[in-house]
Design a binder for this molecule. Structure first.
Ligand SMILES: Cc1ncc(COP(=O)(O)O)c(C=O)c1O
Length: 406
């Protein structure tokens, strides 16, 4: 749809203008405050418009705002140092990007150039971005159809969705091994045991990351972990790979990386892999890592570490999951409630329920979003005060109660 001369795709029945935003509150164009349960989709993890980040950016604007492609500003080098220092030590080299999709496309280019192989394997109905390779990687074919053809040599598997049976990983292990042993696969690309993006929100059983690390290593395939949605504390670890202590070959980062203050993304990976193809994979773009974006990212990372926001995500996430399960678990329209850290979701019985709940939540002063079909994604800023979190849940429950009465 087009609203105020700008084109939009899905996600919410609401098109609104943010007149103000602070911590876990946003104000619409009528100046009405809403509790935010979206973080702009895992972006403003530290809360909207963090004053320390704004201050760091203003200081950088006064110093320098651009560095040429063939050189760097000191703040870019400082960010690279700090970013790799917060990752496993083998991931010691960075590739600059302006956002999540670009970081995924970069990882695909690096994997093909470094291995000399073509095949890329990922999951059907997982979101990795909106350019051709990223879409081919995760979009179900029917959704890709209007802009097809996609990119050749991609293979999609079914995600080992946790269902309590205990056999999900066995089955998945067999299908991944069949693909890896029969094809020359350059990279296997996955989020760290969870699907956070549009389309689906699923978790894999514990042990998933270790399993895919072992199998990819065995067959000479690079393991690329997309931490665009899970990075920066969302699932209870600074990075999702921390859950199983697994070291992939490349990690993609964006979204929470600058807390929404500036466009930024990154691939962090092993030096030997990136050095081998820094020229051949053509790793360059005009607006990668502007100095102001790097200043925002340095401050963002510093605050995550200083304030242990990962712990906050774990504690508040446990509370939130308990509250939602207790108050909505038996609701006639609720199919399932699950998640990890502060990345939770409520599956409802129909797209009609989905839209009605979102509209009523909005009416009652709660900003929420989801997949535009049947999954409400609950992902408040990790710094949300407990009283706002409780009130947000009250408003959501009120919306579900009103649906029941309809
Ligand atoms: C897991 C994941 N990967 C990649 C992307 C694409 O990131 P961006 O929108 O910054 O291009 C997203 C965006 O939602 C995402 O959730």
């Amino acid at each position: 749809m087009i609203h105020a001369r700008i084109a939009y795709t899905g996600y919410s029945p609401h098109r609104f203008t943010v007149s103000r935003a602070e911590w876990s509150l946003i104000w619409d164009e009528k100046n009405r405050p809403l509790i935010d349960f979206t973080s702009g989709w895992n972006v403003t993890n530290l809360g909207w418009n963090h004053p320390e980040i704004a201050e760091a950016m203003v200081e950088q604007i006064a110093r320098n705002t651009y560095a040429p492609l063939w050189g760097s500003d000191p703040v870019q080098e400082e960010y690279a140092e700090r970013l790799v220092a917060s990752l496993p030590e083998q991931l010691d080299t960075c590739v600059k990007a302006t956002g999540g999709t670009e970081s995924v496309e970069e990882a695909i280019k690096i994997a093909r150039a470094a291995t000399g192989r073509k095949k890329i394997v990922g999951f059907r109905s997982s979101y990795h971005g909106q350019l051709f390779a990223a879409m081919t990687l995760g979009f179900p074919p029917e959704l890709l159809a209007p802009i097809a053809p996609g990119v050749p040599e991609f293979v999609q598997l079914d995600f080992p969705r946790e269902d309590g049976s205990g056999s999900e990983l066995n089955q998945f292990s067999k299908s991944l091994e069949t693909v890896l042993s029969n094809m020359e696969v350059a990279a296997f690309i996955t989020e760290p045991g969870i699907v956070t993006g549009w389309g689906s929100v699923w978790t894999a059983p514990a042990g998933y990351l270790s399993l895919v690390r072992n199998l990819t290593e065995r067959y000479g395939t690079l393991l690329v972990v997309d931490e665009v949605g899970t990075g920066f504390s969302r699932t209870g670890h600074l990075f999702g790979i921390g859950a199983e202590g697994v070291v992939p070959d490349l990690v993609c980062l964006a979204k929470g990386i600058s807390n929404g203050a500036a466009a930024l993304g990154a691939v962090a990976g092993k030096h030997a892999i990136i050095a081998e193809c820094a020229e051949s994979a053509n790793l360059t773009s005009t607006f990668w890592w502007t100095p102001v974006a790097c200043a925002a990212a340095i401050k963002t990372l510093e605050i995550h570490r200083r304030d242990d926001t990962a712990r906050q995500a774990t504690e508040k996430g446990e509370f939130l999951l308990q509250e939602l399960t207790h108050r909505l678990g038996d609701h006639v329209s609720v199919v399932d409630i699950r998640g990890r850290g502060m990345e939770l979701w409520i599956e409802v019985d129909s797209s009609k329920t989905y839209r009605t709940v979102l509209e009523l939540a909005w009416k009652f002063g709660l900003h929420a979003t989801g997949d535009n079909e049947s999954l409400l994604q609950v992902m408040p800023p990790l710094t949300i005060e407990l009283q706002d979190l409780k009130e947000g849940v009250n408003r959501l429950v009120r919306a579900f109660d009103a649906v029941r009465e309809e």
